[in-house]
Write a protein that binds this ligand. Structure first.
Ligand code: NAD
Length: 432
């Protein structure tokens, strides 16, 4: 996570580039290039062996002009304050571009969750809430699961918060299990959201989805539902998917003549997104090198695994047939690859627009919690479609109007909305 690239410096650089194009006031830029509030705290946990261990926790609230801060909590051994700052900043832009009334937040604990017992995990989750509860809440800051955290953990955290405030408060955490305050449709949300934006992009670019072929990197939550959506909602074909095999410790690309069957592959994938190679081979799939996915002759590529996968080196392998890239993952494309896309007229749906379906459905979960009235899956997905369609089209229109790359247009739409909210609240005129 920390790596050589400082994610927060990257987030600030992206912002500075667009702020310049927007001729944003220097003082307003200074407000937005830093988080409003940052919390760093230590969480003591009594371990199963009787020892007391202390963990480092964080929460960063980047900007809440448009509504309560929203963003996940990561449990990761390489978590840093700067990573959390960057992710909180990106959440502000993601919520604004999706036009949901929420701000940007992110949290974390420096820990490898795989090293903890179930009881230790629960203690750590409850400890995080005890450190942060006074600064969290449905009207204040609403966390969700992220890398290393699960719906069950959100259930424990919601319970701890409810105990501390003395009343059942499900809307304080989203991504909870269905039956424990979670929303139907959350599992499909991010992948289907990707597909709704692909559908809109194809309409605007005169591409026929029924004659289109896609390839995906990853076969976890996002990629599984993006693959199903591409086949079942758009009528296209998926040539292949690439995923990491945690047993062999390497990635493979799975292809099949005439296209893969996403539902079959979901039946043989484990909870960590590793496909059962032998079962795939037995069912006529070809299993190639994990890097092959990017070179397949397709119309659409959907990176939905990790950051930095489409970079200066791999971008050159992309087939001339590719017309569209839909960023299911966060940060899959490096600036060098962006330059290549611009030069070769490959249309890009940027990550914080393309994968905003997850947070949008988290927002729906919060709304349902607040009303204590739950929607059907169809209702959730229909509302999601409306939100994603409208978000895509406002970014597309802006990119046409300003003649800018889609990523820059998405930033412009998001920054404008946040600045407007700050203005309307008087933050930029008074002493607030
Ligand atoms: P996941 O853990 O469910 O799945 C990740 C997949 O990537 C697995 O299939 C894994 O095998 C594969 N993978 C890992 N390394 C790989 C490699 N080197 N080559 C090929 N495949 C590889 O994760 P997810 O929830 O599907 O998230 C995927 C991406 O989407 C991440 O960038 C995440 O931040 C982003 N995202 C997720 C959501 C969500 O709601 N789940 C929302 C917004 C953004």
């Amino acid at each position: 996570m920390a790596g050589q690239i400082n994610a927060f410096e990257m987030a600030q650089k992206q912002f500075d580039g667009v702020a310049k194009q927007l001729k944003l006031d220097a003082g307003v830029s200074e407000v937005l290039r830093w988080p409003q509030r940052e919390y760093a705290f230590r969480i003591p946990v009594r371990m199963d062996d009787g020892s007391l261990k202390v963990f480092q926790g964080f929460r960063v609230q980047h900007n809440d002009a448009r509504g309560p801060n929203k963003g996940g909590i990561r449990f990761h051994p390489a978590e840093t304050l700067d990573t959390v700052r960057a992710l909180a900043t990106w959440m502000t832009w993601k919520c604004a571009v999706a036009d949901i009334p929420l701000g940007g937040g992110k949290g974390g604990i420096v820990v490898d969750p795989a090293t903890l017992s179930v009881r230790e995990k629960e203690e750590l989750c409850r400890g995080w809430v005890r450190a942060m509860w006074k600064n969290s809440g449905p009207r204040n800051d609403v966390p969700a699961p992220d890398v290393g955290t699960t719906p069950q953990m959100m259930g424990w955290m919601m319970d701890e918060y409810s105990r501390l405030v003395g009343q059942y408060t499900p809307g304080v955490f989203t991504g909870k299990p269905v039956g424990g305050g979670g929303s139907l449709g959350r599992t499909e949300a991010t992948g289907f959201g990707v597909i709704y934006t692909v559908r809109e992009a194809m309409k605007r670019r005169n591409l026929d989805p029924k004659k289109s072929v896609a390839v995906l990197q990853g076969f976890g939550n996002v990629a599984q539902y993006a693959a199903i959506g591409f086949v079942e909602l758009l009528g296209g074909a998926v040539a292949g998917v690439s995923c990491y095999d945690r047993h062999d410790k390497k990635a493979y690309t799975y292809t099949k003549k005439g296209g893969i069957d996403p539902r079959f592959l979901i039946s043989i994938v484990d909870q960590y997104g590793t496909i059962d190679k032998q079962k795939a081979l037995d069912s006529g799939y070809e299993v190639g090198d994990g890097d092959n996915w990017i070179g397949l002759e397709v119309d659409v590529i959907i990176p939905a695994a990790l950051e930095g996968q489409v970079n200066a080196e791999t971008v050159k392998k992309i087939s001339k047939s590719v017309k569209l890239i839909a960023e299911g993952a966060n940060g899959p494309t490096t600036p060098e690859a962006d330059e290549y896309f611009k030069k070769n007229d490959i249309f890009n749906i940027p990550d914080f627009l393309c994968n905003a379906g997850g947070v949008t459905t988290s927002y729906f979960e919060q709304v349902q919690n607040d009303m204590n009235f739950y929607w059907s899956k169809d209702e959730v997905l229909q509302r999601l479609d409306e939100k994603m369609t409208s978000a895509f089209n406002s970014v597309y229109d802006r990119s046409e109007k300003e003649k800018v790359y889609m990523r820059d247009a998405a930033y412009m739409v998001a920054i404008d909305r946040v600045v407007k909210a700050m203005e309307l609240r008087g933050w930029l005129t008074g002493s607030a």
